[in-house]
Ligand binder design. Structure first.
Ligand SMILES: NC(=O)c1ccc[n+]([C@@H]2O[C@H](COP(=O)([O-])OP(=O)(O)OC[C@H]3O[C@@H](n4cnc5c(N)ncnc54)[C@H](OP(=O)(O)O)[C@@H]3O)[C@@H](O)[C@H]2O)c1
Length: 247
């Protein structure tokens, strides 16, 4: 059966690997993001359909609906990242502690928008189109369990929100899970802010002795979207080489 898959943030990194994974399996894939360039490249590579959309913007999401199929089998809320790696620009009109607090509030808001609001709005926008037997998968982060300021807090919120979503969608035979990557190479996640020392320490924290790859994450998402995972919902699947271990 050919399935219809929506991958948010599908132009680069993990999203791009997800597009390849599902396209190779014979599924019809739509990839979204804010920049047309990377999306066009993925469309050429995989045959996926590309649609420009900022998933924090309700107007853009409403417009996106016209470009999506009438039913969706799999939604991967992958768009996101740590907005602390993007220069927030100068703070004007405030000084000293007040300015720091304002900056901190902006940082929290930006990470919540990028990682929580994107997933919540997208799921609400396409909710009626999710087909029985379908799956929603959130891309969380090891940061939800290990800290990392507002980014970790946003990913933790995403994971907790998914609990209610799983309960809500279960009656419609739709699962909702989180795949939580550890450090994953070959992405734009760190921008140019990952030093060799930091990279080495992230790899050293794993039991496997290597960085994760976007393909590692795509394989886990593929499993949760597969017929063998129909009784798995409301869970977090950690893909981090043992950098964060659970019972
Ligand atoms: N790489 C890691 O080590 C790592 C670890 C844990 C979790 N993660 C998570 O994995 C997911 C994928 O990130 P990645 O590592 O593949 O990094 P990436 O290469 O930076 O990919 C993130 C994608 O999300 C898109 N995006 C961001 N905000 C968006 C918005 N408002 N609307 C639409 N698209 C948006 C970006 O495209 P545009 O800029 O063109 O919109 C980009 O293609 C993220 O949720 C990230 O938090 C990554």
């Amino acid at each position: 059966m050919t399935r219809d898959i929506l991958i948010t943030g599908g132009g680069t990194g993990i999203g791009r690997a997800l597009a390849r994974h599902f396209a190779d399996a014979g599924d019809r894939v739509v990839v979204t993001g804010r920049r047309p360039g990377p999306l066009a490249a993925v469309a050429r590579e995989t045959g996926a359909r590309a649609a420009v959309c900022d998933h924090t913007d309700p107007v853009a999401l409403t417009a996106l609906l016209a470009e999506l199929p009438a039913t969706l089998d799999v939604l991967v809320n992958n768009a996101g990242g740590n907005t602390d790696f993007t220069d927030p620009g100068p703070v004007t009109g405030l000084e000293g502690t007040a300015a720091e607090l304002a900056l901190c509030a902006r940082a929290f808001r930006a990470n919540l928008d990028a990682n929580l609001l994107t997933a919540v709005l997208t799921t609400r926008a396409v909710g009626d189109r999710l087909a029985p037997g379908g799956a929603v998968i959130q891309i969380g982060s090891i940061a939800a369990d290990q800290g990392a300021g507002s980014y970790g807090a946003a990913k933790a919120a995403l994971t907790t929100w998914n609990l209610d979503l799983a309960a809500e969608l279960g009656a419609r035979d739709i699962t909702a899970n989180v795949v939580s990557p550890g450090y994953t190479g070959e992405t734009e996640f760190f921008r140019d802010r990952l030093s060799d020392t930091r990279r080495e320490s992230l790899v050293a924290a794993t039991a496997t002795g290597r960085a994760g790859t976007p393909q590692d994450i795509a394989a886990a998402v593929g499993f949760l979207a597969s017929p063998g995972a129909r009784h798995i919902t409301g869970q977090v699947l950690h893909v981090n080489g043992g950098a964060h271990r659970t019972r």
